[in-house]
Ligand binder design. Structure first.
Ligand code: URA
Length: 434
């Protein structure tokens, strides 16, 4: 077999066999197939697509390109969750401890923020000492002994995806549905997931801006899971406005802590409950959704989810005094609340602009590896559909320089749009793909 023939076949819109996909991915992982051929192949896939079977074979080949975890001796059904990324999405910080408190051990490998979309690891690293670089042995031990792990993706898992993603990033081949779906699912399969709850976000602050695109990605990922012998559901969720109120690492961590104490914003609580419900059903902790929801709701209010979060932070070296007294968490030197410039109904709070403004303040990174400021960010005080009086707090900026604060103020004022007449609140979810 030759790499060039596989590229030509895809260029000519033909379906690749399992053997051809495996040959290509193995050769690329070992460095025998050079980047320029992999880039040409990725572009051919981007332009000509792949069938569900090809995408599944690609996913399995990438999952098998490195170490694969077998969690079956630790947890009967290992359930993972994955969000396609958004603004203010701190769901894993709440859902992992809540689900663990309900009796389903959760071992999750998360990512860092990139661009306008935040990442769980950056939020956790607001806690001094918290380690996100557990080895595979540490991951397995902690899952067995503590029943909850939230760490970074091990470089040994699905290395083909890491290499391919870096190439896609610089060759205009990121927005390809088969490449996105196989990239996400290969990591989940390699990390030992037997069942996966996918949170596929759609809207202004999401990768998939339209509902049909999100539905197609969701269907594809669920089909891949099934073809690979795993269980999966995908929830289609709104990302037109930020989730909850807080955007920025330590600010989001505080909001997650409030939520684990039975408080937190209503939309965020509901979002967490829905994800946790499906995890508990897939993990066979609850026989049906109503029971699962009651269990999750109880763990969010009776302190058991919070206790699991403390166990997690302690196990990973984090200083518990910072989460027990969240005022100790990093705080920005400049905190300014901006009042509403007019009265009216909020018709939009542009999630992407809010996310990009958080990056501008220093909460995120434009390029992999850049340093971030855990303290800075934004509190958005309202939701689409709210009636706001002129002069009421609209948003609060946490900044580390007066210049950043001023730029953020202008962007955030522009992100809020108004209507004279009542506006329907945005739905939290648009549907489910099973
Ligand atoms: N997230 C991933 O892990 N991979 C993609 O290709 C896109 C989003």
């Amino acid at each position: 077999m030759r790499a060039v023939d596989i590229i030509i076949k895809k260029r000519d819109k033909q379906e690749l066999t399992k053997a051809e996909i495996e040959f290509f991915i193995q050769g690329f992982t070992r460095g025998e197939i050079p980047d320029y051929q992999a880039a040409a192949w990725a572009m051919a896939v981007m332009l000509n697509g792949m069938t569900a079977e090809e995408t599944t074979n690609l996913t399995l080949a990438m999952a098998a390109s490195g170490e694969t975890l077998d969690l079956s001796k630790i947890v009967k059904i290992a359930v993972d969750k994955h969000s396609t990324g958004g603004v203010g999405d701190k769901t894993s910080l709440v859902v992992a401890p809540v689900v663990s408190a309900c009796g389903l051990p959760v071992g999750k490998m998360s990512g860092r923020g990139l661009g306008f979309s935040g990442g769980t690891l950056d939020k956790l690293e607001s806690i001094p000492g918290y380690r996100c670089d557990l080895s595979t042995e540490e991951f397995i031990r902690q899952l067995r002994e503590v029943g909850i792990v939230l760490t970074g993706q091990s470089a040994d898992l699905a290395p083909a995806d890491g290499k391919l993603y870096a190439l896609r990033d610089v060759t205009g081949t990121v927005p390809s549905l088969p490449l996105i779906a196989s990239s996400i699912m290969s990591k989940k399969l390699a990390a030992g997931a037997q069942a996966i709850v996918l949170d596929v976000k759609t809207g202004l602050g999401a990768f998939m801006q339209t509902l049909p695109e999100a539905q197609t990605l969701a269907r594809l990922m669920v089909d891949i899971a099934h073809l690979a012998g795993r269980r999966a559901v995908a929830l289609l969720s709104d990302m037109n406005q930020p989730l909850g109120h807080a955007v920025g690492n330590a600010l989001e961590l505080r909001e997650a802590i409030d939520t684990l104490h039975g408080g937190g914003p209503k939309d965020f609580r509901e979002h967490c409950l829905e994800i946790a419900t499906h995890m508990l059903v897939l993990g066979e902790i609850a026989a049906e959704e109503n029971t699962a929801r009651q269990m999750a709701s109880q763990a969010m209010t009776d302190g058991s989810g919070w206790a699991r979060f403390r166990d997690l932070v302690a196990a990973q070296g984090g200083d518990l005094t910072y989460i027990d007294t969240p005022d100790k968490l990093p705080r920005a030197p400049i905190v300014e609340t901006v009042p509403a410039p007019r009265s009216g109904y909020l018709s939009g709070i542009h999630a992407r602009i809010v996310g990009e403004t958080a990056v501008l303040l220093g909460a995120g990174r434009a390029k992999k590896g850049e340093a971030i400021d855990h303290a800075v960010g934004i509190i958005v005080h309202h939701k689409v559909g709210d009636y706001v009086e002129q002069g009421q707090p609209l948003f609060t900026i946490h900044a580390n320089s007066p210049q950043h604060k001023e730029t953020a103020r202008a962007h955030l004022l522009a992100a809020h749009t108004w209507s004279e007449t009542p506006v329907e609140p945005l739905p939290l979810f648009y549907g489910i793909v099973r």
